[in-house]
Design a protein around this ligand. Structure first.
Ligand code: SF4
Length: 184
């Protein structure tokens, strides 16, 4: 039986480069994407990113499972300044969900498109995924996709994907968006 990979997908543009590599390694039929990102605020932004993740998955012929979970209150508890704890919570939540999903649905390995971004805490993500692999008895597929970040963005541009200007949560959003979410 061939290896089956569950790929946590944070957004369409970030999935372009990793998928261009992974479909050659596993075959499109053996890869499932998982869009689980309750950190993307507000709802309109969440829907736009999910829609574009589906377009990218379709481009590579892979199936993408999506979740509606959106957790505004969990993020409202954090402060306005760049907060390492908040990002750790954000990585932990999404990666744990992906690893658990992979283990419970018969995948041999899991990975994440967060590994393509030069803006994310790459080493923290590696350490967390290794710990989750051990916890759930599956393999963490690691590659440093950052070398293909620019290429992936160009590929996203070529198929007209929406390329967001902020990380995702209310604290990373432009002031006007942030205030509309935070203020009652
Ligand atoms: S800045 Fe990005 S990684 Fe950090 S909590 Fe917000 S969405 Fe998550």
């Amino acid at each position: 039986m061939s290896d089956r990979l569950l790929l946590h997908v944070c957004c369409g543009p970030c999935s372009m480069h990793p998928l261009s590599v992974l479909v050659n390694e596993y075959g499109a039929d053996n890869i499932t994407g998982l869009f689980y990102n309750p950190n993307i605020h507000p709802k309109e932004e969440f829907s736009k990113r999910r829609e574009n993740a589906l377009i990218a998955a379709d481009h590579y012929g892979i199936n993408l499972v999506t979740s509606d979970d959106l957790m505004l209150d969990k993020w409202r508890k954090y402060g306005p300044v760049e907060n390492k704890l908040r990002c750790m919570m954000c990585y932990d939540l999404r990666l744990e969900y992906a690893a658990k999903y992979a283990a419970s649905n018969g995948y041999n390995a899991f990975s994440t498109t967060l590994l393509v971004s030069p803006w994310q805490d790459h080493q923290y993500i590696i350490d967390k995924c290794n710990a989750l692999a051990e916890k759930y008895g599956i393999r963490f597929h690691y590659e440093d996709y950052r070398t293909g970040y620019r290429q992936g963005q160009e590929m996203a541009k070529a198929i007209d994907l929406y390329r967001q200007k902020f990380c995702g949560c209310m604290w990373s959003a432009p002031a006007a968006i942030r205030e509309s979410i935070i203020l009652p």
